[in-house]
Design a protein around this ligand. Structure first.
Ligand SMILES: Nc1ncnc2c1ncn2[C@@H]1O[C@H](COP(=O)(O)OP(=O)(O)OP(=O)(O)O)[C@@H](O)[C@H]1O
Length: 252
């Protein structure tokens, strides 16, 4: 496998209660890119993201078939604890631990994974993460404040800080701005673009404009299949499939 491909998905099928939701997905995600997965509601975008970090493991009625290789390693053969560290996830709705402090929300992961040896190292890592999530300036004077008291946009940036504190190989984002207003959305989009200097970002969006604004590559998913995948500029200016063209123009 080319070392420039950090994540490779082969013939991925997911069945939920016997119904095939993903019908054979093949994708290659280049390292250091923002890779958008776009498609209409119900096309299987979230199902795909959840298969990558094995969130379906605990659902007895969900079957996952095919291969997902992260840095060449089959994620389904990995220790789940190790996988949690390698793959960060940010969900649609901000989900910080509301009763924990801002500091502890970010610190808990590195502590659990024994990433730091001293209090000072932990403080540096928390600061580093909050700066990368563009939240540091707003919270640095009161890191003991409860996370639940932050605004929605701040909470989502805290969730980004919490995810990147583990220095994951890949950051999965499932419609991270869909619950936010325009200003918060813009901030988070700018943040995601900055993050690709250090991380590979796989972002699900049902908003083609968002994919066009921030991604380098895009896969258009429809009814559990990849209709088209390629550099974002090509998909938006010269789509090969009629369905992609319709979707990009907002007609699907
Ligand atoms: N836990 C579940 N149990 C049963 N069906 C599910 C479950 N999760 C997803 N599905 C079904 O799988 C299909 C794909 O859903 P998924 O959430 O992956 O789509 P999506 O493209 O992310 O949509 P949206 O943009 O609306 O979030 C839908 O038909 C949905 O009803």
């Amino acid at each position: 496998m080319s070392s420039d491909i950090i994540l490779k998905i082969e013939k991925l099928k997911v069945k939920i209660s016997g119904k095939e939701i993903l019908k054979g997905i093949d994708l290659e995600v280049p390292r250091g890119s923002i890779f958008a997965i776009m498609g209409p509601s119900g096309s299987g975008k979230s199902t795909l993201l959840r298969a990558i970090n094995r969130l379906w493991d605990l659902y007895p009625d969900v079957e996952v078939e095919g291969k997902i290789l992260l840095e060449g390693r089959d994620v389904y053969q990995m220790d789940p604890h190790e996988l949690r560290k390698m793959v960060g996830m940010v969900f649609q709705r901000p989900n910080p631990f509301p009763h924990m402090s801002i500091f502890d929300n970010v610190a808990i992961g590195p502590k659990m994974h024994k990433m730091v040896k001293s209090k000072e190292e932990l403080e540096r890592l928390v600061e580093w993460s909050l700066k990368r999530a563009y939240l540091w300036d707003e919270v640095k004077d009161d890191l003991k404040r409860k996370a639940g008291r932050l605004s929605g946009g701040q909470q989502q940036r805290l969730c980004i800080a919490r995810a990147i504190a583990l220095k994951p190989k890949v950051l999965l984002m499932d419609e991270p701005t869909s619950a936010l207003d325009v200003v918060s959305t813009k901030r988070i989009e700018e943040n995601i673009v900055e993050l690709k200097k250090e991380f590979t970002v796989l972002i699900v969006t049902h908003n083609p404009q968002q994919a066009a604004r921030i991604s380098d590559y895009v896969a258009f998913i429809y009814d559990g299949k990849v209709v088209e995948v390629g550099p974002t500029s090509e998909i938006f200016t010269r789509p090969k499939h009629e369905l992609t063209e319709k979707y990009v123009l907002g007609k699907v």
